[in-house]
Design a protein around this ligand. Structure first.
Ligand code: ADP
Ligand code: ADP
Ligand code: ZN
Length: 213
């Protein structure tokens, strides 16, 4: 299964991605996670990416495309993969098409998660992430059993630097301008699966799996 998850910031891409990759046993490729890992490790790539991420802007296409190309060339992507948060511009979408064609591969589906603006803001601001294992929670919609502590590994939960109200608003604007055109791009290729992201996590997951089968 070769999938792309598309949607505005806070729509629930990462949450659904974690469940989908478990079900299909495919690697979860999140460009946001790759950048955050690089920031943590203090790499050159991390330093460059952080300048854009802190402002709620997209990291330049050339940087993103080259890391995704490298990642797709790894062995574990042979049987499939899930791209979460990539592509985010039509230019990235075209670059992905070219890369996959060279590899002799095709996407199976692009799952487009749609959620209204007010809900996105509330979801992003209440998001909490485990420092140790990366599991995602929400203070109201998906709280951990014990406040501030991960259910899975007992790691400490933290809030992302870019999950502040102003930055989230900027990210939604950027999504509208730069990412939303990809819905048209993939609709024309007959790959899009539109789902209503306002539904509860488990129900949405079941709906996606049903549609993929
Ligand atoms: P969210 O899931 O809330 O949309 P991500 O973790 O996917 O957030 O992305 C966080 C930030 O990382 C983005 O705001 C952007 O700066 C950068 N980023 C992630 N993926 C891409 C991409 N494909 N192209 C450009 N920038 C990206
Ligand atoms: P994205 O990767 O699209 O930015 P996330 O998966 O990180 O989104 O979800 C954003 C926040 O919303 C997280 O705090 C998550 O726990 C919560 N969330 C995700 N899906 C749902 C849902 N269907 N209903 C309510 N809250 C959700
Ligand atoms: Zn954890």
């Amino acid at each position: 299964m070769r999938l792309v998850l598309l949607g505005p910031p806070g729509a629930g891409k990462g949450t659904q991605a974690s469940a989908i990759v478990k079900k299909y046993n495919i690697p979860h490729i999140s460009t946001g996670d790759i950048f955050r890992a690089n920031i943590k490790a203090g790499t050159e790539l991390g330093k460059k990416a952080k300048e854009y991420m802190d402002k709620g802007l997209l990291v330049p296409d050339d940087l993103v495309v080259s890391i995704v190309k490298e990642r797709l060339a790894e062995n574990d992507c042979k049987e499939g993969f899930l791209l979460d948060g990539f592509p985010r511009t039509v230019n990235q979408g075209e670059a992905l098409d070219i890369e996959l064609e060279q590899m002799g591969l095709k996407l199976d589906k692009v799952v487009n998660i749609d959620v209204e603006r007010e809900v996105l803001i509330e979801r992003a601001i209440g998001r909490r992430i485990c420092k140790s294992c990366g599991a995602t929670y929400h203070i109201k919609f998906n709280p951990p059993k014990e406040e501030g502590i991960c259910n899975v590994c007992e790691g400490k939960l933290f809030q992302r630097d870019d999950d502040k109200k102003e930055t989230v608003e900027r990210r939604i604007e950027v999504y509208q301008k730069q990412t939303k055109p990809l819905i048209d791009y993939y609709t024309k290729k007959r790959l899009i699966l539109n789902v209503d992201g306002s539904k509860p996590i488990d129900i949405l997951f079941e709906e996606i799996i049903k549609a993929l089968e």
